[in-house]
Design a protein around this ligand. Structure first.
Ligand SMILES: [Zn+2]
Ligand SMILES: [Zn+2]
Ligand SMILES: [Zn+2]
Ligand SMILES: [Zn+2]
Ligand SMILES: [Zn+2]
Ligand SMILES: [Zn+2]
Length: 352
């Protein structure tokens, strides 16, 4: 901000007979002689006043009207401008201008400030307005792009053989071979069992599938679906005495299907989700409420995300407007009382 100290000079004529002296040069001011009163001091001339003024911070000159700018005195606008700060991007002078400050740097305009923002992770454009999704930054245009069916990020999608639209990254790095998929699946299964005491059946068969295969198994397939758990129980009876049935054997078929081309993070999330469906079917088969079932599965997926250091993935669940998945997750999250899986287990014990 600039402060201009404008000095008003009033010219007096000495009337009294008492002799006055110039407070700068000590010259006597005779009656009838003109003099100046400045700051309650008497001066014989303008040039004597000027000699009491501060020196210009740029050129050293003294002037009657000095500009006080950022704690320094300047003789003129040019001199003030010379030492004024400049925009850290375009180097234009910020003299007498409003400016933006960020990270102790100054910028003359929103455009210059935008230049120092991190780039959009799709188009590279640097903008002040942006959205963050799964820890990445997107400009206002790119956030509106179609979402990758695998990683759910906005993208310029490519089409897979089964019709899915996915991003280039998932097309290249998504999990597509059964061996890799199997080992990640086993890892998640093992972590759930050893770290969280969610022991699932060893008889689960895991399958890496595409959408065409998934549609054949799940007749209610929807495009948001990335995994499926199926559980079939077979009971064989024996009738040794007519009219009296006895159970001979009970068999279960348990399958987990996960879509190919998922990112590693997404695959782990889906694996944890489907594995929880198995645990619930084994220990709490009486639960029929879909929101509770999916809420338990989503909550377990969120625990796995946290385990792998990806808690930001859980924002999707927290903000999911779906009445089964979103509401279910929030209900289980609340029921956990911040105590994670043990909290949820306690809630299950108390309620089922
Ligand atoms: Zn004087
Ligand atoms: Zn100057
Ligand atoms: Zn600038
Ligand atoms: Zn962009
Ligand atoms: Zn993707
Ligand atoms: Zn589910």
């Amino acid at each position: 901000m600039t402060k201009l100290s404008q000095i008003l000079l009033i010219l007096f004529t000495a009337m009294t007979l008492v002799a006055e002296t110039c407070s700068y040069c000590n010259k006597r001011i005779e009656p009838g002689q003109k003099y100046f009163n400045y700051n309650n001091k008497i001066f014989c001339s303008k040039s004597c006043i000027i000699k009491t003024r501060p020196h210009c911070a740029t050129c050293g000159k003294q002037a009657l009207n000095m500009i006080n700018y950022m704690g320094k005195y300047f003789c003129s606008d040019q001199c003030a401008k010379y030492l004024a700060p400049t925009c850290d991007w375009c180097h234009k002078s910020l003299y007498q201008k409003k400016f933006f400050t960020e990270n102790n740097k100054r910028y003359c305009s929103r455009e210059c400030l935008a230049h120092v923002q991190p780039p959009c992770s799709i188009c590279g454009r640097r903008t002040l307005e942006y959205s963050t999704y799964l820890n990445q930054r997107y400009c206002p245009n790119c956030i509106k792009l179609p979402r990758c069916n695998s990683c759910t990020r906005p993208c310029h999608p490519l089409r897979l053989h089964d019709g899915r639209l996915i991003c280039r990254k998932c097309k290249i790095t998504g999990i597509r071979d059964s061996e890799t998929a199997n080992s990640i699946f086993k890892e998640v299964k093992n972590i759930l069992s050893t770290k969280y005491n969610i022991a699932t059946s060893d008889k689960i068969k895991f399958h890496l599938v595409d959408v065409n295969q998934l549609k054949k198994i799940d007749h209610e397939y929807n495009p948001n679906e990335r995994g499926l758990y199926t559980h079939e129980a077979y009971t064989t009876y024996i009738e040794s005495v007519p009219g009296h049935k006895e159970i001979l054997s009970q068999k279960r078929k348990m399958n987990i299907y996960i879509l190919s081309f998922l990112s590693k993070d997404m695959f782990r999330e889906v694996a944890a989700h489907e594995l929880m469906h198995n645990w619930q079917a084994l220990y709490y088969p009486q639960i029929k409420d879909l929101a509770i079932k999916e809420g338990l599965a989503e909550f377990t997926a969120s625990i796995i995300n946290k385990y792998y250091g990806k808690p930001s993935r859980n924002r999707r669940m927290m903000h999911n407007s779906d009445q089964i998945y979103g509401d279910g997750y929030r209900q289980i999250y609340k029921a956990s009382h911040g105590k994670g899986i043990p909290g949820v287990k306690q809630w299950l014990k108390d309620n089922y």
